[in-house]
Design a binder for this molecule. Structure first.
Ligand SMILES: [Zn+2]
Length: 139
């Protein structure tokens, strides 16, 4: 829950035990996906067990960073004061080359160019507070 007096500050990720490695990877410019050593399932986001077979034998591997836009929405009215200066921007659901889908945002060009099935690539952008966020640009 966001305190109204903090509405001008963008919410930042809060790494926990499952996601700490992931967020460190993003800071290093790598999108880490969990690969199950027992069934081969690839998952995003991070959990302690495989969502396909419940195995605990998971390992992180860097994704290629290549993806396609599965769905998107261009935001013209900011959800709060913190996002007002960013409008218009495109929120995108991308399908990674490795299979998993993730929600991100489109950067590097006018959001009007975003289309379904558009080829995009990962860009890890530094943000306030020493974090970085995974975003995608056209490729
Ligand atoms: Zn598995």
């Amino acid at each position: 829950m966001i305190n109204p007096k903090d509405a001008h500050i963008k919410p930042m990720p809060m790494p926990d035990a499952d996601s700490e490695v992931y967020w460190r990877g993003i800071q290093d410019g790598k999108l880490l996906l969990q690969h199950c050593r027992d069934c081969g399932h690839v998952q995003f986001y991070q959990t302690s067990i495989c969502r396909n077979c419940s195995s605990e034998h998971l390992e992180h591997r860097a994704a290629s960073g290549r993806a396609r836009v599965h769905s998107f929405s261009v935001v013209h009215r900011a959800p709060g004061p913190a996002f007002k200066q960013d409008t218009p921007y495109a929120v995108i659901l991308v399908e990674l080359e490795e299979g998993p889908r993730m929600i991100s945002s489109f950067v590097g060009a006018d959001p009007a160019v975003v289309t379904f099935d558009m080829a995009v690539e990962l860009v890890c952008e530094p943000v306030d507070g020493g974090m970085a966020l995974p975003r995608f640009r056209a490729r």
